[in-house]
Design a protein around this ligand. Sequence first.
Ligand SMILES: [Zn+2]
Length: 307
Amino acid sequence: MSHQRTLQAAAACEGIGLHTGQTVRMCLRPAAANFGVAFKRIDLPASPIIEANPANIVDAHHATTIGKGGVKVRTIEHLMAAFAGMGLDNVLVELNGEEVPIMDGSAAPFVELIKKAGLRRQMVPRTYLKIKERLVVEADRRSIQIVPSERLQVIYTMRFDHPLLGEQSAAFDISKETFISEIASCRTFGFVKDVEELRRRNFALGGSFDNAVVIGEGGVLNGDLRFRDELVRHKVLDLLGDLYLLGRPVLGTVIAHSAGHLLHTRLVQEIQRQLDIQHAAPARNGVIERWARPLLQPERSLKVAPS
Ligand SMILES: [Zn+2]
């Protein structure tokens, strides 16, 4: 995992936006080493580009939105999670609308798209962010923290205000394999009472039984869950997508309690703030280190097979 990767070829899909209800065509294109992840609004004059980075986060209510110069791209988190989970460093995302298609509400369709395009190794080392000291963000009774560890781990607990759900926890050692088999297919979810409220306020215009787990008073209204704890696993998926706004993999253990995009993105901004402080004063012994390779996960294979 120590070299950067991009796509072998372009790959496209089309779908409805969860919040806008608009049909959007999305094309993932290969990009040069050190390019990172960026979104291009090809429906607008001059096709503006918005880089996926902490400085461009403009909203994190309900979903993660980035923007620059008044131009936005909404609901990027599931696609970003697929990039993080598949180890895709450099990609240009072209969209002919404002929102990433919601597809089935999970990251699985994006994983399939990346597999279809194939991955290609680039001759530039990937850097990692290794957390050296604990960072905490809290609000009300919700919290998220990251503590030092040699690999990325997530421990996520959600307390749901619903008699059938109660508390759910999930803990994962994040690797490409775990991401694909345990996390990628977990769908976003909504409670009937909230969905009605969101619709009244024109959020979730594209929400339907096809792109979210919908929960009523008596339980799930649209079929079986993909995992018994699919809801909290989806929160892990959201977190991985938001963390990837840092532009490189993070080595640390994230512990989240009833968090969401707002706290995820505040943690991301705090990590970036620490990096900026260190950059401004290089002699300072900072709380984050940049590593050209992870301590564990040594490189074994030279090839990435599009499986
Ligand atoms: Zn989500």
